[in-house]
Design a protein around this ligand. Sequence first.
Ligand code: PMP
Ligand code: GLN
Length: 378
Amino acid sequence: INSKLPNIETSIFATMSKMAADHNALNLSQGFPNFPSDSALNALVDQAMSDGFNQYAPMPGDFELRMEISKKIENLHNHFYNPETEITITAGATQAIFTIIAATISKNDEVIIFTPAYDCYAPTVELFGGKVIPIQLKPPFYKVDWQEVADKISSKTKMIIINSPHNPSGMLFSKEDMLLLQDLVEKNDLLVLSDEVYEHIIFDGNVHQSASKFEALAARSFITASFGKTFHNTGWKMGYCAAPERLMKEFQKVHQFVVFCVNHPIQKALATYLKDPDHYLKLSNFYQQKRDFFLNLMEGSNFKIIPSKATYFQMLDFSEISNESDIAFAERLTKEFKIATIPTSVFNEGKKDFRQIRVCFAKTDETLAQAAQILKQF
Ligand code: PMP
Ligand code: GLN
């Protein structure tokens, strides 16, 4: 057939997790925890099934869960989303992202994406005939040059996609970044897709700057988040989208025909679990300890490392270790040294000058210790 995505290959996450399994390697590639989700939360899912929540949920999602999400956002960011009209529960952030783009992007619309970028944004934009305008974040701290953004906005620009905290760099936007973004989207009448799946994993006293915190930005933004990242159960594929009513209306027109609704008993369980803010507020501390545990063990290694400020990812620069491409290096690490990581050129339009691999430190201390032992041989 005439491919709609002729240049797209299997996602690096599928590729590396399979390579890890095939070669019996430690899997620090695809981002997921190797420890269980809270048994109390699992029990709530069992309870919801026993209570009979085994048929379709309401199309936008269980109302109690939407209310809890609304309360959470209001408490944390001081912005009210009406649970009746402004929140939809999705099959992970991935489905929210797909649905947002499907609902808003038409042929020849331009969408600004910051690279390195998470892998699902660009293909989805292209699927709907949009044109990706990439803008490189500036290492080592992956800062945005907002003047460059202003220069790349044209009469065709429809949307800017942001992702803070940022996968794969582990960096985050400051308040100043958000204010500059707000100014640009207001002036140029743009939409924003704000991917905030790592909202609760922030280190060293940094603060998550949600798009919902900034009034004019919130008025133009679709925000997406992922319960899988927050509650250690990526396999449940649960997330949500929050947006002002005029945008959510368009979102739901598409959502109802993509999935109609998502897993009902898990929504019931999450509604109860979210009532205790401790369940998400303790996450930053938990992962900061993991990051520090891993980085302490990596002390003296030949990888150049700038500690992550957020997310559960750490970039490792191997430019003083090998001249190989990141893909060749990651493949060799998996096959010969039994540790799987993510080569980051895949987030970077295949550019070869970023000699970095990404590791996921959402792992038990035992796995992290084994990983550091292997990596320190280089
Ligand atoms: N956005 C980013 C930046 C991610 O890293 C991920 C991976 N979890 C997603 C979106 C997708 O989230 P989900 O697993 O909830 O679909
Ligand atoms: N978000 C996860 C990562 O960056 C992967 C999710 C997926 O496999 N699509 O590793």
